[in-house]
Design a protein around this ligand. Structure first.
Ligand SMILES: CC(C)(COP(=O)(O)OP(=O)(O)OC[C@H]1O[C@@H](n2cnc3c(N)ncnc32)[C@H](O)[C@@H]1OP(=O)(O)O)[C@@H](O)C(=O)NCCC(=O)NCCS
Length: 151
C-alpha cells in the first residue's frame, strides 16, 4: 500500500469526510479558515485527513482527523496521528491537544499515541451542538480534552 500524507488547501478536503469526525458544518468551516490541512492518499485516492489549528502560544489543536469508513481499522489513522504529531513539532508547537466526545475506540486511539486526558467538559455537546450526536447508540454529552507534550 502506497500511502502519502501531504499538506493541502482547505478546499481539497472532502466535506463528507470532515463531517465523519465533526458533524456540524459551521464549526468545521470556522476552523478550516485558519487551519493547517493535510490529506492522506492511497494510490491517488483520498483516504484520510487531519486539520491542526493554533489554540494558544506554542499549542496546536487537532481539530479533525478522519479515515474513510471502508479504510478504517487498517492503520491509516495511526499513521495520520503520528504525522500530525510530527507536523505540530515542525510548526513549532510544544503541545498538541484534541477534544473528543467519544469514550470508545477514538479515545483508545488517542491514548495509544500518548495523549492523556486533562479535562472533562460536562454537557459540552448538549450546550454547543444544535442536534444530538450519537455513537453506537450512545448520545455524546460530555467532552474530553486530551494533550501531549511535544518536547
Ligand atoms: C478515529 C479514526 C480516525 C481512526 O482511524 P483508523 O484508520 O481506523 O485507525 P487505525 O486503523 O490506526 O486503528 C486504531 C484503532 O482503532 C480501532 N478501530 C478503528 N475503527 C474502529 C471501529 N469502527 N470500531 C472499533 N474499533 C475501531 C482499530 O481496530 C485500532 O485498534 P487496534 O490497533 O487494537 O486494532 C477513524 O476511526 C475515523 O475516521 N473515525 C471517524 C471519525 C472520527 O471519529 N474522528 C475522531 C473524532 S474524535
Amino acid at each position: 500500500m502506497n500511502l502519502t500524507i501531504r499538506a493541502c488547501n482547505a478546499a481539497q478536503l472532502p466535506t463528507a469526510l470532515l463531517l465523519e469526525a465533526d458533524p456540524h458544518l459551521p464549526y468545521v468551516q470556522a476552523y478550516l479558515a485558519d487551519g493547517h490541512c493535510y490529506l492522506a492518499e492511497l494510490d491517488d485516492l483520498v483516504v484520510g485527513l487531519y486539520v491542526l489549528r493554533a489554540r494558544g502560544p506554542g499549542i496546536l489543536e487537532l481539530m479533525n482527523i478522519a479515515v474513510v469508513p471502508n479504510c478504517q481499522a487498517q492503520g491509516i489513522g495511526t499513521q495520520l496521528l503520528q504525522h500530525a504529531l510530527h507536523s505540530a513539532r515542525q510548526l513549532g508547537a510544544m503541545r498538541l491537544e484534541v477534544a473528543t466526545g467519544s469514550f470508545g475506540h477514538q479515545l483508545t486511539f488517542y491514548q495509544r499515541a500518548g495523549l492523556r486526558v486533562y479535562a472533562v467538559e460536562p454537557d459540552y455537546f448538549l450546550r454547543h451542538y444544535p442536534e444530538p450526536l450519537f455513537e453506537q447508540g450512545l448520545q455524546h454529552k460530555d467532552r474530553l480534552r486530551l494533550a501531549i507534550d511535544l518536547n
